[in-house]
Ligand binder design. Structure first.
Ligand code: PLP
Length: 286
């Protein structure tokens, strides 16, 4: 594992075995930090500006003053990608509150840490992509948007992990989290779309979804393709009765869904998915 990994930590490339964060870092002790996952294709980070903007917005939202500006982070990303052995890969950019006293108060932390990892990532195995993902709706709910704004991409993923454990326990490929009102929020690390009567539908982010950059890209591609698209609240019923369903995310890219809680989609991969996936592939290749 991680044979190819390249790490940049607080200003310089370091061998992965030496890329260590202190046990006193509040990112570890309290999940006090923010992050981004970015793919690079042919050594070019895809949608880098959008990811940097979201990273810095997340940091501002949690009052974390990053020790590097967007240009310096972009330079760190470029240095990390250049040192990676392959042309395509995945980047993780993480900013933590840094080392501090054991209490929760962030004012005890003197300097935030920032690190970048480049590595391989196969989030969804090839056979699952081929046959379509089998989803469950998890009992674990998404954190309420009035508790933690879903636009903050923070280091707190525990309820997503619990949902993923539920999926693992029943042999499903992924779990959908509902919000407190029982409506669809998102997957554990991806956004969800359905197609019904020729229209593309996805929950608005206020329902508890991360403002996914792949989600945004797919909505733009749908506009270019003339596919009517709408951000609208969705119930489990809408997933069960959809013509098509698919997931989007930087790690996942576009994954067709074969079934949700044992209800099979009318088509997988359906015609709308195939059209959008082809456009997405063309976009990242360009
Ligand atoms: C909870 C969650 N939702 C959605 C997404 C998809 O977002 P993006 O397309 O920006 O990768 C992610 C990606 O990391 C995620 O963690």
């Amino acid at each position: 594992m991680h044979e190819k990994a390249v790490c940049w930590l607080d200003g310089r490339l370091v061998p992965p075995a030496e890329a260590r964060i202190s046990v006193f870092d509040h990112g570890l002790l309290y999940g006090d930090g923010v992050f981004e996952g970015i793919r690079f294709y042919r050594r070019r980070p895809f949608k880098l500006q959008a990811h940097l903007e979201r990273l810095f917005d997340s940091a501002r939202a949690i009052a974390l003053d990053l020790p590097f500006g967007p240009e310096a982070v972009a330079a760190a990303v470029a240095e990390t990608v250049a040192a990676f052995p392959d042309d395509d890969g995945y980047l993780r950019v993480v900013a933590t509150r840094g080392v501090g006293a054991l209490g929760i108060d962030p004012k005890n932390c003197t300097r935030p840490s920032l690190f970048v990892i480049a590595d391989e990532l196969t989030m969804v195995p090839g056979p699952v992509r081929e046959r379509g993902a089998r989803l469950i709706i998890a009992a674990t709910r998404r954190l309420p948007p009035d508790g933690l704004d879903p636009r903050i991409k923070s280091l707190n993923y525990l309820n997503h992990i619990l949902a993923r454990i539920e999926a693992n326990q029943v042999g499903a490929d992924e779990a959908i989290l509902l919000n407190g009102a029982g409506r669809v929020a998102e997957g554990t690390a991806d956004n969800v779309f359905i197609v019904r009567h020729g229209r593309l539908l996805t929950p608005p982010t206020v329902e508890g979804a991360l403002a996914g950059i792949t989600r945004e890209t797919v909505l733009e591609l749908a506009g270019q393709a003339g596919i009517p698209a709408l951000e609208t609240p969705l119930a489990p019923y809408d997933l069960y009765t959809a013509d098509e369903c698919f997931l989007t995310g930087t790690g996942a890219e576009l994954i067709p869904v074969a079934e949700v809680d044992g209800r099979r989609m009318a088509a997988c991969p359906g015609p709308v998915f195939r059209d959008l996936a082809a456009r997405y592939t063309a976009l990242v290749a360009g």
